[in-house]
Design a protein around this ligand. Structure first.
Ligand SMILES: [Zn+2]
Length: 415
């Protein structure tokens, strides 16, 4: 099972926007850019929402059927590990093996020595086609890379085999992710990580490193765009070389876990993949939940009242809501509007504060990040929230579609 050159992770926390999301993908196809939609949902999201992996499959299948979509599509067990993968085996055909938590775990010295021994060819000066300056690879760097990543990638191997034993090796797409950590992996580290992935026999089709800069939830990229661009380009070239050197799948591509909206780096990603004619996978996950909140705000009345209450509650439960996302969230306390203030807002003011239009006078990234991690509160409100999603399906659907198409796909694929 092979994923196409371009693919988009369209997580949908509450499982109601499958059709709206797919409409954006279909619009891109009509303009000549084929994109495989991938409905991704992590175990963490399922736990908060009390949904099951099968619900994501049902949503995806229903959307595809209803819009008569003829392309490939996938259901991603996002950020899974060995302790929770079992629940995803039947429903998913894309697995994101999250081994970030194992980075830095000690490996036994023989394994590290064996790894170093298998890398002698690459020590010294490493020339990667396309990268102007040769990479300096002292043996110490190979040793340190082994120490840092070998345990993590052997864990990925263990998860991969666990899935393959049940599904059969050719029947799913594998991603290896290490993005939810503080320090980025350099292109040369990525090269050796890919060697480890190949050594483990993992036919990875997508890889999600931690890129330089901060990928905070729901807001723009915070970091040096030039440096991102340079490293992203080197990563693309490293992958190309690793495919040939290590026999990894020829469609292996980078996966950018955007934490929803990384508009300032989208044009760079777009330029570089075009330059080298490469594929890309971008996960936009939580952006859809935010569009639901925007849609409800625009609907007004009790829908607006409910999303105001979500914010007020999120404000008082900040610590609890932010804790699981500590590495990917950055809220400035003194820039959060007070409950009293928000209660006075009309639909437009609420929507404009939340909607991700950098430069808009009302846009507030702190407000947006807090709502982003506040989906647990909507889940707790249960039937009330879901009822309003159905009641205001049209206005919400148009927000979801517009967001994916206008703000993401247009920028990523130059539409
Ligand atoms: Zn991620």
């Amino acid at each position: 099972m092979k994923i196409g050159k371009y693919s988009l992770g369209i997580g949908d926390r509450f499982g109601h926007q499958g059709e709206a999301q797919l409409r954006a993908v279909i619009r891109a196809a009509e303009l000549g850019v084929g994109i495989d939609p991938v409905w991704n949902k992590s175990n963490r999201e399922h736990t908060y929402i009390h949904s099951q992996p099968q619900d994501t499959r049902t949503e995806a299948d229903a959307a595809v059927k209803s819009l008569s979509f003829k392309g490939r599509y996938f259901v991603d067990a996002d950020h899974i590990n060995i302790s929770n993968v079992q629940g995803f085996i039947l429903a998913s055909d894309f697995f994101t093996l999250d081994v970030a938590g194992k980075i830095g775990t000690e490996s036994n010295p023989e394994d590290i020595q064996a790894f170093i021994g298998s890398c002698t060819k690459y020590s010294g000066t490493l020339n990667i086609p396309g990268i102007t300056n040769a990479l300096e690879v002292p043996e110490k760097l190979i040793f340190e890379t082994g120490q840092k990543f070998l345990a993590a990638i052997s864990e990925a191997g263990r998860i991969y085999k666990y899935i393959a034993d049940q599904k059969g090796s050719g029947n799913f797409v594998t991603e290896v992710s290490m993005d939810e950590v503080e320090s980025p992996q350099t292109p040369v580290e990525l090269f050796f990580i890919l060697k480890m992935i190949a050594d483990q026999g993992i036919p990875a089709q997508t890889i999600a490193p931690k890129f330089t800069g901060r990928f905070n939830k729901g807001v723009n990229y915070a970091g040096d765009v030039k440096q991102f661009s340079r490293e992203f380009e080197e990563d693309v070239l490293v992958i190309d070389y690793a495919i040939q050197e290590f026999g990894l799948p020829d469609n292996l591509k980078l996966s950018v876990h955007s934490g929803s909206d990384k508009f300032s780096i989208y044009p760079e990603i777009s330029r570089i993949i075009k330059k080298y004619d490469k594929g890309i996978h971008v996960k936009t996950a939580g952006t859809t939940w935010l569009e639901e909140v925007i849609g409800l705000a625009l609907a007004g009345g009790e829908a607006l009242d409910l999303v105001k209450q979500f914010y007020i509650e999120a404000l008082s439960r900040q610590q609890e809501l932010c804790a699981p996302y500590a590495d990917v969230i950055d809220i400035k306390q003194d820039e959060l509007p007070s409950s009293e203030e928000v209660l006075k807002w009309d639909s437009e003011k609420f929507a404009n504060t939340l909607r991700h239009i950098p430069g808009h006078v009302d846009y507030n990234p702190n407000f947006r990040q807090l709502i982003h991690v506040g989906y647990k509160i909507a889940a707790e409100s249960g039937a009330k929230y879901l009822g309003l999603l159905i009641q205001h399906k049209e206005i919400i659907g148009s927000c979801v579609e517009e967001n994916l198409f206008d703000r993401h796909l247009k920028r990523l694929f130059d539409l």
